[in-house]
Design a protein around this ligand. Structure first.
Ligand code: 3AM
Length: 188
């Protein structure tokens, strides 16, 4: 199975993003747009995994804790690696400082199970579209430039998910295998 670890985006923010993207999708039909329901914040890509290892992964992930829930603010639009040769069109994610240590813990836990550490620093983002041809429609570039600071709202996060990705001709299909609440109960 092909696995990754991610944070879900609540429905109200998904629909805010979806309505904003309607116009952009129309001006850039040749770009591979991520289906609205598939938008998520990827924390760690595990890739092809022997199903027999799933229990060990879940055991490890269920012990990960952070002191408190954190707030994610979906804000800004841009391209990786840059607007000239875009590979990915993204919405930005600003978070309270607790996100990076959580991701580092996930990295460490998965490294202990034999997964390679990501060499690139974790840059939280929502992938909105992927480019498999060079170049970018002028109207898409213009709209993104004009909305570089556009805000899509914020939400509080207290769990992440282990997700299976099935690659189909119609696009990726994601199934949540297990959810992990990472917030320690406050002592009374
Ligand atoms: O939604 P994003 O783009 O952040 O890009 C893929 C997606 O993350 C990423 O894993 C998420 C679920 O598919 N991904 C796919 N193949 C990958 C690979 N070989 C990968 N990330 C790193 N290495």
């Amino acid at each position: 199975v092909r696995l990754f670890i991610a944070i879900d985006i609540p429905p109200n923010i998904l629909s805010t993003i979806a309505s904003f993207l309607l116009e952009l999708r129309a001006v850039a039909p040749n770009v591979k747009w991520v289906r609205d329901g598939n938008l998520h914040l990827t924390l760690k890509f595990l890739g092809e995994t022997d199903p027999a290892r799933q229990v060990a992964i879940e055991d490890s992930l269920s012990s990960i804790r952070s002191a408190k829930p954190f707030v994610l603010d979906i804000s800004g639009l841009g391209f990786f690696p840059n607007a000239k040769r875009p590979k990915i069109f993204w919405a930005g994610v600003n978070s309270s400082p607790d996100l990076q240590p959580l991701v580092a813990e996930i990295e460490n836990a998965m490294h202990a199970l034999g997964y390679t550490r990501d060499v690139r620093p974790f840059t939280p983002h929502l992938t909105l579209a992927r480019f498999d041809q060079p170049g970018i429609p002028a109207q898409l570039a213009a709209t993104v430039a004009a909305n570089a600071g556009h805000n899509f709202g914020s939400f509080t996060v207290s769990e992440f998910h282990l997700i299976e990705s099935k690659l189909k001709s119609t696009g990726a299909e994601y199934t949540t295998l297990q959810s992990f609440s990472f917030v320690t109960e406050a002592p009374r």
